[in-house]
Ligand binder design. Structure first.
Ligand code: ADP
Ligand code: MG
Length: 140
C-alpha cells in the first residue's frame, strides 16, 4: 500500500496515474476532506503541462476544463453536491463519451452508480499531518 510522506511525493505518485490515462480515461478519487485529492489532481494535470497555478479546486462550479496540448482535462469536484441532477449528469456523461478526455472526479462516491465501467478508482486516507495512503483499487 503506497504511502506518500509529503505533497511532493503525492505529485510523484501522480505520474504513475498520468501514464495510465495518457490516451484518456476516468479517474475517480475517494477520500475525506484534506486527504489530498486536489493535490493529486494538480499533480496529474502537471504531467500534461498544466501549470499548478491555473488549476484551482472547483468550489462554485462542478466542472473545470483545462486544455492540454492535444486533449482536455476535466476536473470535477462534487463535494458541494447533495444530489446529482439530470443536467449535470448529462454534462458529465458527455465527457465520458469522448475516450480522449481525461476526467478526474473528486468525491466520485456522490455519483457512484453513474460512473463508467472503465475507470480507475483511487482511495486516499489521512494517516498523519504529512502522510497519506493512496491506493489504486480498481482499473490498473
Ligand atoms: P482534498 O482535495 O482531498 O480535500 P487537498 O489536496 O485539497 O485535499 O488538501 C490536502 C492538504 O494536505 C494540502 O494542504 C496538502 O498540502 C496537505 N498534505 C500534507 N501531506 C500531504 C501528502 N502526503 N499528500 C498530499 N497532500 C498533503
Ligand atoms: Mg479537493
Amino acid at each position: 500500500m503506497p504511502i506518500t510522506n509529503n505533497e511532493e511525493e503525492t505529485h510523484s505518485f501522480a505520474q504513475v496515474i498520468a501514464e495510465k490515462v495518457d490516451d484518456g480515461g476516468v479517474i475517480c478519487l475517494f477520500g475525506d476532506l484534506g486527504t489530498g485529492k486536489t493535490t493529486l489532481t494538480k499533480g496529474i494535470a502537471k504531467c500534461f503541462g498544466i501549470k499548478e497555478m491555473t488549476i484551482k479546486s472547483p468550489t462554485y462550479t462542478y466542472i473545470r476544463k483545462h486544455e492540454a496540448q492535444d486533449r482536455n482535462i476535466y476536473h470535477i469536484d462534487l463535494y458541494r453536491l447533495n444530489q446529482i441532477d439530470e443536467l449535470l449528469l448529462q454534462e458529465i456523461e458527455e465527457l465520458f463519451e469522448n475516450p480522449k478526455n481525461i476526467v478526474i472526479i473528486e468525491w466520485a462516491d456522490r455519483m457512484e452508480q453513474f460512473l463508467p465501467e472503465n475507470r480507475i478508482n483511487i482511495h486516499l486516507e489521512y494517516i498523519d499531518e504529512k502522510r497519506r495512503s493512496i491506493k489504486i483499487v480498481r482499473g490498473i
